[in-house]
Design a protein around this ligand. Structure first.
Ligand code: SAM
Length: 263
């Protein structure tokens, strides 16, 4: 068992291919699982090298599961390492998988990298990952490469933007509107170069009450939105029509400025 993932990567017997920046990201997020009794799943086995790396990294108590669509990969089963053959873009595959394996701690997707495989993996897995667990989707730059996508609109990254909207929509409404129940389970999301990490915790994601400390209240005026109104201080601002005109003009100018940022 060692914490130096890149060193292990160089020492393993079988071939593996990983982006160089992933090692630091993985050490940061996966360190807490080292030496623990966890279930770690990697989609995409190929030559079996990365599974050997994870086995060494997490230690003897970890159960390592590889998933691949290619039946040849079954030969990389080993002590502590199980291989499941199936298609990660199939919801039926995932249903059977979780019925057999139960909930898991970490799922790392280094499989097909297509929009439908990444999206269906996210939809099928998030509700089957333990609290404090992770879903890691690798190589998300494929959202910008045509051959990995059935549509420019329905890319994995556009899908994550929808999830962000759900997470931030006011109050508890996400729990009512979220047809896949994702908002209830995702505590936070990390966006890295080419890799997205969903941090799962149902308890933390539902803690959205405002708490007061009941200490001294100086009754200070809260000046939020004051910057929207500053212009109204001019003598012309007293006339209602002019006031409304300035308000609309200021909104237009602000939106024109924001449009440049968004495009
Ligand atoms: C990039 S390679 C995996 C590399 C490996 N994780 C490593 O680091 O050495 C991608 C693998 O995903 C598998 N794959 C492709 N489409 C798949 C799908 N729909 N479901 C499951 N596995 C898939 C391929 O057969 C291939 O072995």
């Amino acid at each position: 068992m060692s914490n130096d993932l890149k060193k292990i990567f160089r020492e393993i017997e079988n071939l593996s291919l990983k982006s160089d920046n992933y090692f630091e990201i993985y050490e940061k997020h996966l360190k807490k699982f080292v030496g623990k009794e966890i279930i770690f799943v990697e989609i995409g086995v190929l030559n079996g090298g990365s599974l050997q790396m994870w086995k060494k990294f997490f230690g003897k108590k970890a159960r390592i599961i590889g998933i691949d669509i290619n039946p040849e990969c079954k030969k990389f089963e080993d002590d502590q390492i199980e291989i499941f053959i199936g298609d990660q873009s199939s919801k039926i595959f995932w249903k059977n998988f979780f019925e057999q394996v139960s909930n898991v701690d970490v799922i790392l997707d280094d499989g097909a990298h297509t929009n439908i495989s990444q999206i269906n993996t996210t939809l099928s897995c998030i509700n089957n990952i333990n609290n404090d667990g992770l879903l890691i989707i690798e190589d998300t730059h494929t959202s910008y490469i045509n051959k990995y996508n059935t549509s420019k609109k329905y890319t994995f990254i556009n899908f994550t933007k929808k999830i962000i909207d759900k997470l931030y929509k006011s109050g508890n409404s996400i729990y009512k509107n979220d047809k896949f129940n994702l908002g209830k389970r995702i505590f936070s999301i990390n966006f890295y170069q080419s890799c997205v990490i969903f941090n799962i915790n149902e308890n933390k994601s539902t803690q959205n009450n405002t708490v007061y400390n009941n200490k001294l209240d100086h009754e200070i005026k809260d000046m939020t939105f004051q910057h929207f109104l500053n212009h109204e201080k001019s003598f012309l601002g007293n006339i209602k029509l002019i006031k409304n005109f300035i308000r609309i003009f200021k909104k237009y100018k602000t939106n024109r400025y924001l449009k440049k940022i968004f495009n």
